[in-house]
Design a protein around this ligand. Sequence first.
Ligand code: MEV
Length: 429
Amino acid sequence: METSRIPGFYNMTVEERLNLLKKIHSFSEEDVKNIQTSAPLTTDTADKMIENVIGTYQLPLGLGLNFLINGKDYVIPMVIEEPSVVASASHIARIVREAGGFTTKATERVMIGQIQVVGCADFQQAKETVQQNKEVLLEAANNAYPSIVSRGGGAEDLDVRILNEESTSAYSQMLVIHLYINTCDAMGANIINTMVESLAPLVEELTKGKVYLRILSNYADRCLAKAKCVIPPDLLKTGDYSGEEVRDGVIHAYEFAASDPYRAVTHNKGIMNGIDPVVIATGNDWRAVEAGAHAYASRNGTYDSMTIWSKDEYGNLVGELELPMSIGTVGGATRVHPMAKFALHILGVNSAKELSQVIVSVGLAQNLGALKALATEGIQKGHMALHSRSVAIAAGATGEMIDIIAEQLVKEKQIRVGKAKELVEEYKK
Ligand code: MEV
């Protein structure tokens, strides 16, 4: 990927943007055609992906620009219906770029499969037997999915817990086995579920209990990605606000989220505004990422901010975001959905580990974008300017009329469909 810094991209027409991308990136004519027709997911393919298909459903695909992560440029495909998100991510990425870019890291991609065992006559004995047979169980799991072993992954470890041992209800007493599986570049749902399902008979034999659930855990706390940025205050100056004021406003906003779940939920929603669009664009399971992210935000017992914002000894604003990232670059829809394949191509990531680090960087940028706006002029100014375009379209504006009417709505501070309809009628006269 040559550069993610494309000045004035937002001011171009869609056609101009595509022509430019064709020149500076490895976009083929076919890529461009696919995007222009916007429907490379045929109903036939869709019919093979889910059940009861009657068509496909489209959302806008935009590009997050200016992202410099570990010294590498990324153009980031983002699929989202909400205005301002892509602009805000790109705006912050530009600031962070000037500060040296995001630095990121990721753990190995170890996912968890759970096996629930009930009705053991002696839970302690069952637990010990599972522990003693760890190697046998790991081997059996790997035999159930040998291709992941040949890719360098597979079941690596397991542990076992007894839940509700003191309970008087047999329903709540259980043994829970965690199988730790390195899924390499796959999100791994099929690998994990195949492995844990295959182990059930052996586990029943060993524990003398009955196996009920055999399923992955979306709380992927051994598959983490972390992004960090360090921004000198002079890069944060906004309108009449000094860089120090913006920095302090962001830290105050963080402390609010860190102290109050009502604020934390909205704060974290803003982070997912950046994360979900990339997860969706790349054909990944955004519900899995959402569930894992929110659980991770609660890992200390209360629902907390996913990010941490602080000031370092030089007065720089420091932001950090660490989240579980159960995504993949192979398998699932990533290689079936043509636009997901294309999104991975634009991103130029070589592994799921790399993709996960890009995703948390976008989440961190998105959070700063929201906090910076909220701590200064508020979000409505920028938001309404974009919203006014949708209102103009809803009122029947087309072509060049859209921007003219949108601007008028903002100027008159009346961003309503009724007002837009009046303006459309006037324009047509
Ligand atoms: C809107 O989609 C997201 C924000 O509410 C996030 C936040 O409040 O931090 C602006």
